[in-house]
Design a binder for this molecule. Structure first.
Ligand SMILES: O=C([O-])CC(=O)C(=O)O
Ligand SMILES: [Mg+2]
Length: 388
């Protein structure tokens, strides 16, 4: 059993949308394929991976460092004890050979992308959906048969007036979502309040709406918005200040009693632990959005889940960023609180398996081996261009 070849390709996921911090006019993502000599059901087993929106394709470091390390590793270094499958934990150690701690930067995205492909591979070799493999290995087989998902959108974009914003949100509700998310912080407070109120006119209540600042605010602005939006009783107030400004987050908690969410731009166990230690996040109401594809993959994410347990946090407080099937599998297999979804943005990466509609805010997962990319036709079409 060996890896024959690892391929990488950068793909554009550009669009004219904008959050409070960046526009997506030049956004890209890396997709990878790990091609093996293993055959299942008459076909070569290939693991696929990619990373979430928000970080540009780390093609350079993938091709110069991480893919060569994987391809040059000896079989014993990347297989499990009895040689029957690849071992994601051992592969992680191989990938991180020669890397100093701290300063996680873009390499956590490169490793997260490869890690997704490795888990896809491992589950395909065991001929199980990844959620089932995870539940069998780490949760006594217990799978959540459906996962809470919310519709993330509500971006700023040219010509998007209040009516168009309302139409977008109504469409998400019509698709079966109960919670929608919109961007704030990219306009004046007055303008953002008008946008929020426009959306509140078309959703059942404030609990159906989350708002995302994408790290734009200083403490003073964070508190000013907090005071204005608190009466709306929103689902959550997301990534309000700089992701690494734990003091701001902790101070905000003193001024905002409703749920807060953050963590999508914390890329390691150590950064996540600092948030829990110093960020004033409240385990009875707040949400954690660490995204394995950006932060060294599921191997590291499981370390984060262990850390959370140590600090008295339930895995149910985790609703990862990124809207991908990888986190959906983790949610179902390891018992997270839910997952993000991008029904209208970042195609073909947004949305889940074909034929699995959202029902009352929850989605089911297909019974196919691996992460389930083969059950999402637009995505697998793109991924297969790498393998052929
Ligand atoms: O706009 C973005 O960068 C994506 C984001 O924050 C989210 O999905 O929460
Ligand atoms: Mg966000």
């Amino acid at each position: 059993m060996r890896i024959v070849e690892v391929r990488e390709m950068a793909v554009p996921i550009s669009s004219d949308i904008r959050n409070a911090y960046i526009d997506f006019s030049k956004m890209t993502a890396s997709v990878v394929a790990i091609i093996t000599d293993v055959v299942r059901n008459g076909k070569t087993v290939i693991g696929y991976g990619f990373h979430s929106n928000g970080r540009y394709a780390p093609s350079g470091i993938l091709r110069e460092r991480f893919i060569p390390r994987l391809q040059e590793a000896s079989t014993e270094d990347i297989l499990n004890e009895d040689g029957t499958n690849f071992d994601p934990h051992r592969i992680w150690d191989v990938l991180m050979t020669g890397e100093k701690p701290g300063g996680h930067g873009e390499r956590s995205v490169a490793v997260g992308t490869l890690d997704m492909a490795v888990w896809d591979l491992v589950a395909k070799i065991e001929e199980k959906p990844l959620y089932q493999l995870l539940a069998d290995r780490y949760r006594k087989g217990q799978v959540d048969d459906k996962v809470f998902v919310y519709a993330a959108g509500g971006y700023y974009s040219p010509d998007k007036d209040y009516r168009k914003l309302q139409e977008e949100m109504k469409d998400y509700l019509a698709q079966g979502y109960n919670v929608v998310k919109m961007k704030i912080g990219g306009a004046s407070l007055e303008e953002d309040l008008r946008r929020i109120e426009a959306v509140l006119e078309v959703v059942p209540s404030g609990r159906s709406l989350a708002v995302d600042v994408n790290g734009r605010f200083d403490l003073e602005t964070a508190i000013r918005y907090a005071e204005k939006i608190e009466p709306y009783d929103l689902f959550w107030y997301e990534e309000v200040g700089d992701p690494l400004d734990y003091e701001l987050q902790a101070e905000l908690a003193k001024h905002y009693k409703n749920p807060m969410a953050t963590g999508e731009n914390l890329f390691s166990l150590q950064d996540a632990r600092n948030l829990i230690r110093h960020g004033g996040m409240r385990s009875d109401r707040d949400y954690l959005q660490f995204d394995c594809s950006l932060s060294y993959g599921l191997v590291e994410y499981m370390r984060i889940l262990d850390m959370l347990k140590e600090y008295g946090w339930s895995s149910r407080r985790c609703i990862p960023h990124g809207g991908h099937q990888m986190s959906l599998n983790i949610a179902a297999g390891l018992g997270l609180g839910g997952n993000e979804s991008y029904p209208g943005v970042f195609p073909p990466f947004g949305g889940f398996a074909d034929g699995y509609p959202i029902e009352d805010g929850y989605v089911g997962l297909p019974d196919v081996p691996g992460v389930g990319f083969e059950a999402k036709s637009d995505l697998i079409k793109l991924l297969r261009t790498l393998a052929n």
